[in-house]
Design a protein around this ligand. Structure first.
Ligand SMILES: *Cc1c(COP(=O)(O)O)cnc(C)c1O
Length: 397
C-alpha cells in the first residue's frame, strides 16, 4: 500500500492552503529545491560543459522517461522527454499520418484541449495534402470511426469536465478500421492507472508539470509503440534525434528507437526538478492513487450536492467515467474561484462557467476536502464572491 501520509510530507505547500489545482500545476517536491540547487552549483557551476557527460545530462531525457513510462504502462525504452506537449502532439500526429498515407481525416472530439487541435491545424497547413480535422462530440467518437479516418487523436481525460474515454475499447475499435491512435495523457499521467502496452496504443503524449509535479516548464513526454518506432520518420528532425549527433553529418539520419523523437538540447534544470518529483512517484502505486482519488471525489460531489445546491456537476457522476478532477457549472464561476483563492482554497476556472478541482491524493487528505466544501458553501451562502475585485479576470485563469 502506498503511504499517503508519507508522500504528503514530501511536498511543500504553504501553511493553510488547500491545493486543488494539481491538475494544472503540481506543487513543489521538497527535495526539488536542493536537487535543482545542486545541479546549478555543483554541475553547471563546477562542471560546466563536462556536465553533459559527467552528470549524465544527455541521458536524462530517456532515463527519466522510463520512470514516467512505468506510470502509464509503457514498455521500457519507448518514452522520451523533451519540449512542450504542443510540440509532442505535432510530432506524434505527423508520424501517425505517415503511417496512414491513403487517408485524410484526423478525428478528435470537441472536448479536446485547444492546443492539440491548433497543432493539428498547423500541421495540416504545412503538409498541404488536403487533410481534414474532424471534431465530434465525445460520446460520438466511437460511432465516427469511419474508413476515411487516418488518425484518432484524443485527450483521454477532458480538461474541463474530467470525462474519461475508454482507451482500450476505442483503440481496439480504431485498429479494426485501420486507424492509428494518439492518446494525450496530460490529465492521465499520475492521475489514473494507464496501460499503454496493454491497450495496444500507437502513440501517446503528455506533460509532467500537472499531476507528475515536475514544476512550471517541465518537459513533455512522447511514447511510440515498439512496432511503429522504426518506421517513424521524425517531422521535427533535430540534431539530438540524429543517429550520431556528434558526427555533425550535414544530412539527417533518424536515431535508434525512441531517441529519434528528441529534437534539441534538453532542459537540464527542469529535468533536475522532475527527477526529484519522480523520486516520490517511484514509491507510489497508481491503483492506490485511483482508489483514494475516487473516494475523495465522491465526498466532494456528495458534500457539494448537499451544501452548495447552486453548483451543477459538470463531471460524470459515475467515478469509472471520470479522471481525477471534479468540475461544476456556475454562472459566477470565475468570481467564486477568486473568492476561494482569497481564503486559501486553490481551484481554477475554465471559460465559460466551469469551476475545477483537481483531486491529488499524494498531498491531499480527506479533512482538506471537507474544509474546502465548507469554505465554498460559506462563500456561496454569503455571496462573498459578489465583489468587483473577484470579477476582474487575470491573464491566467
Ligand atoms: C495542459 C495541456 C496541454 C499544454 O500544452 P503545453 O505545450 O505543455 O503548454 C496540451 N494539451 C492538453 C490536453 C493539456 O491538458
Amino acid at each position: 500500500m502506498t503511504d499517503f501520509a508519507a508522500t504528503k510530507a514530501l511536498f511543500h505547500l504553504p501553511d493553510g492552503m488547500i491545493y486543488l489545482d494539481g491538475n494544472s500545476l503540481g506543487p513543489l517536491p521538497v527535495a526539488a529545491t536542493a536537487r535543482v540547487a545542486q545541479t546549478v552549483t555543483a554541475e553547471w557551476g563546477d562542471m560546466l560543459i563536462t556536465g553533459w557527460n559527467k552528470a549524465g545530462w544527455m541521458a536524462q531525457p530517456t532515463v527519466l522517461a522510463d520512470r514516467v513510462g512505468r506510470l502509464i504502462g509503457a514498455e521500457a525504452g519507448h518514452v522520451v522527454l523533451g519540449d512542450t506537449l504542443s510540440i509532442k502532439v505535432y510530432q506524434a500526429l505527423a508520424a501517425a499520418l505517415d503511417l496512414t498515407p491513403d487517408r485524410r481525416v484526423i478525428l478528435s472530439d470537441t472536448g479536446n484541449f485547444p492546443t492539440d487541435l491548433y497543432m493539428a491545424e498547423g500541421l495540416i497547413r504545412s503538409l498541404g495534402r488536403g487533410h481534414e480535422l474532424r471534431t465530434v462530440a465525445p460520446d460520438d467518437v466511437m460511432g465516427s470511426l469511419t474508413d476515411d479516418v487516418a488518425v484518432l487523436m484524443l485527450t483521454q481525460v477532458d480538461y474541463k469536465t474530467g470525462r474519461l474515454h475508454d482507451m482500450a475499447a476505442l483503440t481496439k475499435a480504431a485498429h479494426a478500421r485501420g486507424i492509428i491512435t494518439i492518446w494525450d495523457l496530460a490529465h492521465s499521467a499520475g492521475a489514473i492507472p494507464v496501460d499503454l502496452a496493454g491497450c495496444n496504443a500507437d502513440f501517446a503524449v503528455g506533460c509532467t508539470y500537472k499531476y507528475l509535479n515536475g514544476g512550471p516548464g517541465a518537459p513533455a513526454f512522447i511514447y511510440v509503440a515498439p512496432r511503429h518506432i522504426n518506421q517513424t520518420q521524425p517531422a521535427l528532425s533535430g540534431w539530438l534525434g540524429h543517429a550520431a549527433p556528434f558526427a555533425f553529418d550535414p544530412t539527417y539520419a533518424a536515431g535508434t528507437g525512441i531517441e529519434r523523437m528528441r529534437v534539441g538540447t534538453p532542459p537540464v534544470l527542469q529535468m533536475a526538478a522532475l527527477d526529484a518529483a519522480m523520486d516520490v512517484w517511484d514509491n507510489v502505486n497508481m491503483d492506490d492513487v485511483r482508489t483514494r482519488a475516487l473516494a475523495f471525489s465522491e465526498i466532494l460531489i456528495s458534500e457539494v450536492a448537499t451544501k452548495c445546491p447552486d453548483l451543477r456537476l459538470a463531471s460524470p457522476k459515475d467515478g469509472a467515467m471520470r479522471g481525477s478532477q471534479v468540475s461544476f457549472h456556475h454562472a459566477q464561476g470565475y468570481a467564486i474561484v477568486q473568492a476561494l483563492v482569497a481564503q486559501g482554497v486553490i481551484g481554477d476556472f475554465r471559460a465559460p462557467d466551469i469551476i475545477r478541482f483537481g483531486i491529488t491524493p499524494l498531498y491531499l487528505d480527506e479533512g482538506e476536502i471537507h474544509r474546502a466544501v465548507e469554505i465554498l458553501a460559506d462563500i456561496i451562502a454569503n455571496r462573498t464572491w459578489d465583489q468587483d475585485h473577484f470579477k476582474t479576470r487575470a491573464a491566467v485563469t
